[in-house]
Design a protein around this ligand. Structure first.
Ligand code: MRU
Length: 351
């Protein structure tokens, strides 16, 4: 599995995800401004990964501050990094976590140590999501009935996913793809439909790439093909990640997730959301309060390296949408699976 973030001793080394799948290139980020830019441009992306990256960004921003400058610099760096992307609550969670450490200890070194701890923790959290998620898949036994792919004899379990919530969106294993990796290690067989995920193609560029690297059969479909594969009975379960879960179980994720959730409901396919507790935001009552990132229209009009819309037309480019809780079959956290009603279940998992 490729590592999205490593610490070299002087820099945060990021796998440059804007270049996948054609190039495996790394960028060494040595200051806070570079980290802001890397998060904004999606060099590093996916809610858990941007949280950990931002934590290193805080360290890089304060490491040379004199004791007199420390508190002011810390505030400025944290506030600036928080403006890089608004939707994934992990960014704010991670920055606040290292900021608390900095204020408590008064040292940059403690922030670096905490960032390194977060790298390790992320692996453990993703593994635990994989364990719980795989058990849930075994319980559901596949929407097409029986224990498809899960007993070593029946056909593979067909999972559809949207965007990339795999190892490349976290530090290593991923959230939505972790149950697949854990299941595969235990002998289960899977086949994944990866929605290509316009406009930036995280599904075809990144999910398909990492699944192939890890030996999981994958078929890329355009986003508008999800209805057809579900209608044809080719999907046993949908699993997606999330950038933020509100207290009532509404879920923000990559634009187009809502379409998939509506289709899953229509065709009777379980719709599962993998969410580390760092993505759960109990301070927001419903998904209506989740800030949705609006991105540059050129991602739509100049997609795929060429002009894909005439000049001077309106372009709308929200990066995320919100799926209402009533379309979500279950939320898989590292502390266990939460089922409706979500208000009680999420509160329990967060205490
Ligand atoms: O814009 P991106 O590529 O950062 O969007 C990523 C997603 O929407 C993921 O599904 C989400 O962050 C969860 S990653 C475990």
């Amino acid at each position: 599995m490729l590592q999205t973030i490593t610490w070299t001793g002087t820099a945060a080394r990021l796998l440059d995800q804007t270049r996948l799948p054609s190039e495996t290139a790394y960028v060494d980020v040595v200051d806070e401004r570079q980290m802001w830019d890397a998060i904004k441009r999606l060099v590093v992306r996916g809610a858990p990964a941007i949280g950990v990256a931002a934590a290193f960004g805080v360290y890089l921003g304060i490491k040379d501050a004199t004791p007199d400058q420390f508190a002011t610099r810390l505030d400025a760096v944290c506030e600036h990094l928080k403006t890089s992307r608004p939707t994934a609550v992990n960014l704010f969670w991670a920055i606040d976590r290292v900021r608390d450490v900095a204020l408590r200890t008064g040292t940059a070194q403690a922030v670096l140590d905490e960032s390194l701890r977060m790298l390790e923790e992320d692996n453990a959290v993703c593994r635990a999501i994989g364990d719980h998620g795989f058990k849930l898949l075994q319980e559901l036994g596949g929407g097409s009935g029986g224990k498809a792919g899960l007993d070593g004899e029946t056909p593979p379990l067909n999972v559809l996913t949207h965007c990339n919530a795999g190892g490349l969106a976290t530090v290593r294993y991923g959230t939505a793809l972790s149950p697949i990796y854990v299941g595969a290690e235990r002998g289960a067989r899977f086949h994944v439909f990866a929605d290509e995920t316009r406009p930036l193609l995280q599904g075809s560029r990144i999910t398909a790439y990492e699944l192939k690297q890890n030996g999981i059969p994958v078929t890329v479909i355009c986003d508008n093909m999800a209805a057809t594969v579900m209608r044809d009975g080719k999907v046993d379960a949908v699993i997606v990640g999330t950038d933020r879960v509100a207290a009532n179980g509404d879920v923000a994720n990559k634009i187009g997730t809502l379409n998939v959730a509506i289709l899953a409901k229509h065709f009777g396919v379980p719709f599962l959301v993998a969410a580390p507790t760092s993505s759960i935001d109990l301070s927001l009552a419903t998904g209506d309060q989740i800030p949705i990132e609006q991105r540059d229209g050129r991602e739509v009009s100049e997609g795929m390296g060429r002009i894909t819309a005439p000049p001077d037309v309106g372009i709308y480019n929200p990066a995320f949408d919100v799926t209402p809780a009533d379309l979500v079959t279950a939320i898989i956290t590292e502390r266990g699976v939460v089922r409706p009603p979500y208000t009680e279940g999420l509160r329990a998992v967060m205490t």
